[in-house]
Every structure is written in C-alpha cells, then in structure tokens.
Design a protein. Sequence first.
Length: 380
Amino acid sequence: MHKQKSEKVLIIHNNDFPSLETVCSEEPPSQEDNYLSGISARAGVKIVAHHIQNTLKNAGFGDVQIYPVTTLEEVHSITKTPHYDVIFNLCESLDSDPQMEIEIIKILENGSCKFTGNKTKPLANCLDKFRCSTLLRSVGVTVPDCFYIKNEQELDSLANPFQTHDKYIVKPNAEDGSTGIDFSSVVTSLTQLHAKVGELLKSTKAGVIVQEYIEGREINLSVLDISKNLFGFTEIDFSNLNTEKPRILNYASKWCADTDEFHTTPSIITSLQNKYKKKILESAKRACEVLEINSYARLDYRVSNQGIPYIIDVNPNCDLDPTSGFSKAFGFRNISYDKIITNIVKKAHTPQKIPLSENVSPFVFPSIASTSLNYEYTTN
C-alpha cells in the first residue's frame, strides 16, 4: 500500500513570468506580447502548484512545499540535498525557454529522489512538434501532412503548398499551451502563410511547423495509464464560437478570460461514437509507445468529417489545473482531482543515474526539403 503520510513532496515550477498581480493588473502585457511569449500560460503554473499542494496535504502527505525555480543551478542544488522523497515537477521552461524543460528533467534523472512526469525522451520527442509528427507517421499513426520552416531563407524558397491542401495551420514548432496561435494562424493563401510564418520566426528560435488543417471535431484524450483504463475523453464545443472564425483553440481560448473565445470554446463531455473512441485509443497506444510516454499526457485529435482521427498535438506535460480539460476528462468518469494528483505521485520515477552525455538532444530536426510536401520522413 502507498504510504502517503511518510512521504515529503517538493513541488517545483518555473519562475519566469511577471507576478500574477502584474499579469492581471489594469496594465497587463500587450495582447501580442502575451500570445507570442506565453506569459499568462506560464503564470498559471503558480496557481496549479498551490492546488496540488492543498490536494496532497488533504490526502495525508505530511510535508508538501513549493519551490519556484529560476535557474538550472537551483535544480542541481535541490537534488544534491534531498530533503524530500518526491519532486512534483511542474516546470515548463526557464527564462521563457521551453528547451529548459528537458534540461530540468535531465538533472532530475540524475538526482537522488523520485520525480513526477515524463522523462527526457518523451519530452524531447513531443516538444519538437515536427519530430513528433515524423515519429508518429513512421509507425502508421495518422497525422496531418506538415512541413517545417527553420528560417526566413527557407520561407523565401517555399513552393506553393496550396497545390496540395486548401488550408493550413501555422504553429511555433517548440511551444505548448497554444502559445503563438491565434485565428490568423489558419491560412488559406501563400500571402497569409508568409505573413504568419514571418511573424513567428521573429519570436522563436526553434522554427515553425505548418500543418494541414483538418476540418472536423476536436477530441482530447487525457491519459494517466491506458493499460489500466485510466484515461478520459473531452471535446471542444465550438457551437457558440463566431461562425466567421476558424474552429480552433488558440492562445486566448486557454488563457485570456476577457476574450470571447475563452468563453465560447469549453471542454465538454463528448458524444463521440464508441467506434471512433476505439480508433483513437488504438492510435493513442501506438503513439505512447513510439514517443515513449511514461506518465500523464494529453493527446489532441481532430476527427475529420470522414471519421478519421488525426493526432494534431501531444502534450506530455499538460496543464494540471482542476478546471483544465485534463482534469475535466477524468471528472466526467467520476475520477476526482485528488485521485489524479495522488496517482501521479504514486507513479513517480526513480532516478536512473543516466550520464548526461547519453540523454537525447532536445531539438534534432530532420533534414527535409521544406519546399515540398512530398518528402521522405526520417527519424533521428
């Protein structure tokens, strides 16, 4: 039996955002700065940390503390002086750099106490969206067609992809939380594509992914352990969204409560037929295997009008707020928030003392011809 009361838990989260008072003040960061930099998304982790702290205390854990992390040196220090049994890791970046999410895990893997969340490989596989799509396609998982643009030189040499598909969605290749995504991310012309890619290249070092836009329903599969039936479905309800807008979840939908899209794109219990749920679960099992998912995650799908489920994103470090889609998915199955959080702690990983030189590189982009969709996918 899991001895909760004997375990001490340290919750760590990134501390690379203005205070919540600043984010919510009368003079918050500009809308453009917010959606491109993900300020609100990063600030939200502080609230999540306190929810988890209260949940674990109520569940009987004796000592539960929160440590806002600013540098990698602080993570090293925590692991060198282990006063805790489990580190509950909520770090998604350091100094606004999502690559640091992986560097933190490398340190925890070589530390002296257990830690929650996914390990280095699944984070590296998923944070690079193009790499993720490449790996999924290599094992037969259905994903939208996509291509990667690293810099303006590749953008300038781009052939016309609209000869292949009528509509695309443009995203930063290495961000989560829909950072960098707004309604103009859905493009239907070469002019729109150049404008959006050019805008994002100015704010990201990790390039841009241009993904075939799939018309259809958006289904989210939240996973604790598929093999033990610990998963849940939600669907994004676009019925109240302005009909002139693309049916997508953008940054404002998730993080900006003063916008229409925040209130008109809720996560709801899905009425998706069981035959499609079965297809999604089969796809998800293969995806988790090839991406080496070994903890909680959320897999985002578009089910096309022809009934084909496409994985459009995989988040191995998803939002754990009690009101998030992840938590709602389990709530719809009568699995409470405290059970979600205690399950994550129970499945905490034991450090493996992996030499840092053997860990995967966070960003290893396949070498492709960005001017065409007709290329061979390769894995690294």
